[in-house]
Design a protein around this ligand. Structure first.
Ligand code: KG4
Ligand code: ZN
Length: 333
């Protein structure tokens, strides 16, 4: 059983054999933070305190289990908001102390990757990703390319020099007057828009595996301001679609280039932005590499992914750690 509380989602899940999902609950605080246009850390931690026990109880009930059926506990230790992480880690320590179960601290980013191993109990297990894997991790806080050579073995090839992809979606969503979070809102607005209406820049940062979205963000802002200055109505759907297209182009093309360069067997795309329809389509339509992208409900923050990573760490011998501290900044590799 795992607990996740690194940002604005209080979550708990139970997996069997590290892959089969028996029950999962995600209590989202999205509506609460929407009025601030982003996550308000102090509000988030207070909300976690209110939600954590009901979320755990709900998950056990959904899984038709009690605590005595659980074999091990995992919890997100970082990266994330310190005040939010502390709530999950303390709840997990309390459960571990009360039950005597081993407790594994999990890196949230590693959790995102391991969401690709999870499937719903009762369904046929999808094939496991095969190493070496090229990993594109795209979330609200991180955007990076990692070479995964085996379980829990990563080499970071490059990452964003400024905003994470999800962060860019959220900021541009705000600029376009869309609801929070910007990612799903931009995807929705794009359905009605022309992705070629605006010629927006793509930062290729050639000879590196890094990303940058600040130039793209500035270009959108400049266009929006120029429409306003001239008293013209901005075609927001076209702008949303053009922006999404620019982000997807860079993420897709750089990942494919890296996959070829490092001669990987397969590609794995994970993190909140991997829920993006245009990005998924792009990867699923190429035939060069088999691609693993988690089910939609497992792309954004959840605890099933934390359980999957925790299971793997426990299986490979990581000892229980009752004295763990939260790690708000904790790179994957
Ligand atoms: O992984 P996640 O839930 O939280 C972090 O660990 O950061 O990712 C959240 C991010 C947000 O920035 C959100 O706007 C973005 O994922 N996101 C999307 C979509 N769904 C969520 N971005 C683009 N298209 C989507 N459909
Ligand atoms: Zn996340």
């Amino acid at each position: 059983m795992a607990i996740e509380s690194s940002c604005d989602e209080t979550a708990c899940a139970v997996l069997e054999n590290g892959r089969a999902l028996l029950g999962s609950t995600v209590a989202s605080q999205m509506d609460i933070h929407a009025r601030y246009g982003g996550v308000f850390p102090e509000v988030a931690s207070r909300q976690h305190v209110l939600s954590i026990m009901p979320v755990i109880e709900d998950t056990l009930a959904k899984s038709h289990l009690t605590l005595s059926d659980i074999d091990a506990l995992a919890v997100t230790r970082g990266p994330g908001l310190a005040g939010s992480l502390v709530v999950g880690v303390n709840a997990a320590k309390g459960l571990a102390l009360g039950t005597g179960l081993p407790l594994i601290g999990v890196n949230h980013l590693e959790g995102h990757l391991y969401s690709a191993w999870v499937y719903n109990a009762g369904q046929t297990p999808p094939p496991e990703p095969e190493f070496p894997l090229m990993v594109l991790l795209v979330s609200g806080g991180h955007t990076e390319l990692d070479l995964m050579t085996g379980h829990l073995e990563y080499k970071r090839l490059g990452s964003t020099l400024d905003d994470a992809a999800g962060e860019a979606f959220d900021k541009i969503g705000r600029v376009l007057g869309l609801s929070y979070p910007g990612g799903p809102a931009i995807q929705k607005a794009s359905e009605e828009g022309d992705p070629h209406r605006f010629e927006l820049p793509r930062a290729w940062l050639e000879d590196t595996w890094n990303f940058s979205f600040s130039g793209l963000k500035t270009a959108v802002l400049r266009e929006v301001k120029s429409f306003h200055a001239q008293g013209r109505t901005l075609p927001a759907a076209d702008m949303a679609a053009s922006f999404q297209e620019a982000v997807v182009d860079v993420l897709f093309i750089k990942t494919m280039d890296a996959a070829r360069e490092f001669q990987v067997k397969e590609i794995l795309v994970a993190g909140g932005v991997s829920a993006n329809h245009a990005l998924r389509e792009r990867f699923l339509h190429q035939r060069e590499f088999p691609v693993h992208i988690p089910a939609l409900s497992l792309c954004t923050d959840n605890a099933a992914m934390v359980a999957a990573a925790g299971y793997r760490r426990l299986a490979l011998g990581q000892p229980s750690a009752m004295d763990m501290d939260v790690l708000p900044t904790w790179p994957l590799a």
